[in-house]
Design a protein around this ligand. Structure first.
Ligand SMILES: Cc1cc2nc3c(=O)[nH]c(=O)nc-3n(C[C@H](O)[C@H](O)[C@H](O)COP(=O)(O)O)c2cc1C
Length: 317
């Protein structure tokens, strides 16, 4: 079991956000926290990131919207969620009572709406806001712009700036993997006033049902996650940390402490456990427990490990 200890060896910070340990849950893979509470004491985690909340409830995409793949899964859930009012009324009270950091993930169709949502979440129990700028499973035509926020630096900057202006909470900008220059997107988020970056969202992909001769997912394509995508996430974190001073939260394919260590050594200040929680509901707890053991064995600390591989890369020329 993970002890209730808040020893310095596990402590970390993501900009102004102080975390007792670096293990959070990834948006959309841990519900709103309460759903997972029967498996372990979720308050022991460094933080909980909620399912993405939108202004109004969303039913999500038609089924099928999940497909298994080697070492991963493909999903096209499409931001099914209870909407802002339902979240504030039915979900936040449980989270607010937990002694851990609560990060609310939000998604909007315009920069202005990101601002509105962030403003509405200036309430007790919300410790930080994560902007989902990179969901591959929704259409981006509704708000007058036709590309994903995280595909265009100017849209990323505008969405972050709107949230920044509306909220005093730490703002984390969540980026996606399918861009040619991740540092340009990170820099745009930084210009907008982000306190931290989170990489990565799922990787766009497709599975074909060869008997039916059509894509397995009703929407056609979906987002790939799980162990298969981990090297992509580690690379993105490494590149962002080499290029920018903003703290980065690493996510993608983490299911063991060893996986989390890769992200920390690439430069991440914290990590999120996603798909692994579907396979093993205690995955985030297990990652934390494994990290604790590793640090004890090594006589080291999370803060000492952050970016260790970056420094090694430098000294190797
Ligand atoms: C079923 C499912 C639902 C997801 N929903 C969201 C979401 O609502 N908001 C979000 O920002 N990311 C969402 N994600 C992406 C994860 O938060 C994470 O970025 C991604 O899955 C990579 O991490 P992993 O390989 O550990 O799952 C979802 C992923 C899955 C598998």
């Amino acid at each position: 079991m993970v002890s209730g200890d808040r020893s310095d060896s596990l402590a970390t910070s993501v900009g102004p956000l102080r975390l007792r340990n670096p293990v959070l849950t990834a948006s959309g893979t841990f519900g709103y926290g309460q759903e997972m509470a029967s498996f372990f004491d979720v308050a022991k985690l460094g933080g909980i990131v909620t399912k993405t909340v939108t202004m109004r409830p969303r039913p999500g995409n038609p089924t099928p919207r999940i497909a298994e793949t080697p070492a991963g899964m493909l999903n096209s859930i499409g931001l099914q969620n209870v909407g802002l009012d339902g979240f504030l009324r039915d979900k936040l009270p449980y989270l607010a009572a937990l002694d851990t950091v609560v990060v609310v993930s939000i998604m909007a169709s315009t920069a202005e709406e990101f601002g509105e949502l962030a403003g509405e979440l200036r309430v007790e129990g919300v410790d930080a806001i994560e902007l989902n700028l990179s969901c591959p499973n929704v259409s981006y035509g509704d708000g007058g712009q036709h590309v994903m926020f995280a595909h265009a630096p100017e849209l990323t900057e505008a969405a972050v700036a709107a949230a920044r202006a509306a909220s005093d909470r730490p703002i984390v900008a969540k980026l996606g993997p399918d861009v040619p220059d991740i540092a340009a997107l990170g820099a745009a988020a930084q210009r907008g006033g982000a306190d931290a970056l989170c990489v990565m969202n799922t990787v766009p992909g497709m599975v074909i049902d060869t008997a039916a001769k059509r894509p397995v997912l009703a929407r056609g394509s979906g987002g790939l996650s799980g162990p298969a995508v981990r090297p992509i996430g580690v690379r993105l974190v490494y590149q962002l940390c080499a290029a920018l001073s903003l703290p980065v939260v690493g996510v993608g394919g983490i299911s063991t402490a060893e996986d989390a260590l890769q992200y920390l050594m690439a430069g991440a200040h914290a990590v999120q456990v996603g798909t692994a929680s579907f396979v093993r509901p205690t995955a985030a707890h297990d990652v934390l427990h494994g990290l604790q053991e590793y640090l004890q064995d090594e006589g080291s600390s999370v803060e000492a490990l952050i970016g260790a591989a970056q420094r090694k890369g430098e000294s190797n020329g």
